[in-house]
Design a protein around this ligand. Structure first.
Ligand code: V07
Length: 264
């Protein structure tokens, strides 16, 4: 499978990519990788194309990176597709972005099903346009029983709002007398986040050279390794993904059984 995926590049340019894959697969794999897919607008600008051309090219890379993540045995891939801040963009750009889930899924859902991928979403679903909701709901329904990679789209997601909602839920439990303030701990807060059922990300990748979190998974990334890569998302490829995972693995070599993670 991996052989097939990488054959073209292997023969054409780099005789070592299969070795790189083998190396990466011989070391502990991150269970959950989260990606801030930045640089689509800049990619388009460099080519004198409209921003939406960059978004569209970026969408194709979502397919490529999903396939690689699944083949490498990563369990969860969370992709920041649309933030709560993105509503401030020009209306035509928002309209285009909201069509991408439908286009992506009408093209790739059969392939995702075949590859045993489970599609999920975090973020405020209700505020999305009906056609976007319908496309995502159908994909979630049709892949609900799959147990390969969980492809988790952060759509209309903002981490502070997620924390606010979780605090409200916990406050309501206290008001109803179901729990007391002394029951609030890290586990309880984590269990009221939209990611409650998922492991925390082990690795965060942000492309395009920006070094910010931009309100993305603030709680969940507490112990993650961060990699900031100077490549625009539409140029991100399998080698970039392998480089990021290798970086994670080499940094984590220090954390053996004695010196567990979370000890700074
Ligand atoms: C979007 C492409 C990737 C780069 C970042 C911005 C543009 C895939 C989806 C998607 C979302 C949900 C889903 C299936 C696919 C997507 C938006 C933007 C809003 F169930 N790419 N992509 N959604 N871009």
């Amino acid at each position: 499978m991996l052989d097939k995926l990488f054959r073209k590049k292997t023969v054409a340019a780099d005789g070592s990519i299969l070795d790189r894959i083998a190396e990466v697969q011989n070391r502990p794999m991150p269970a959950h990788v989260a990606i801030i897919m930045d640089g689509n607008g800049r990619w388009a600008k460099q080519r004198n194309l409209p921003r939406i051309a960059g978004h569209h090219e970026g969408m194709k890379k979502v397919r490529l990176i999903t396939r690689i993540a699944n083949n490498l045995g990563i369990k969860v891939l969370t992709l920041y597709a649309f933030s709560t801040e993105n509503w401030k963009r020009p209306k035509p750009e928002i309209d285009f972005l909201m069509k991408l889930p439908g286009e992506f899924l009408s093209t790739y859902l059969p392939e995702l099903i075949e590859q045993n991928v489970k599609v999920e979403m975090i973020g405020n679903f209700d505020m999305l346009p009906a056609h976007t909701k319908n496309a995502i709901r159908k994909a979630m329904d049709e892949t609900a029983h799959n147990d390969g990679l969980t492809l988790n789209f952060a759509m209309n997601y903002g981490s502070r709002l997620e924390l606010v909602e979780s605090v409200k839920e916990i406050a309501a439990l206290i008001a109803e007398g179901k729990i007391g303030p002394e029951d609030i701990d890290e586990n309880l807060i984590g269990s009221h986040l939209m990611t409650a059922h998922l492991p925390e990300p082990d690795l965060l990748i942000r492309t395009s050279g920006e070094v910010r979190l931009s309100n993305f998974m603030l709680w969940q990334l507490a112990y993650a390794e961060f990699t900031f890569m100077d490549v625009l998302w539409p140029d991100f490829d399998e080698l970039c993904m392998l480089n990021a995972i290798e970086e994670f693995q080499l940094r984590n070599r220090r954390f053996g059984s004695v010196e567990g993670k979370g000890t700074v």
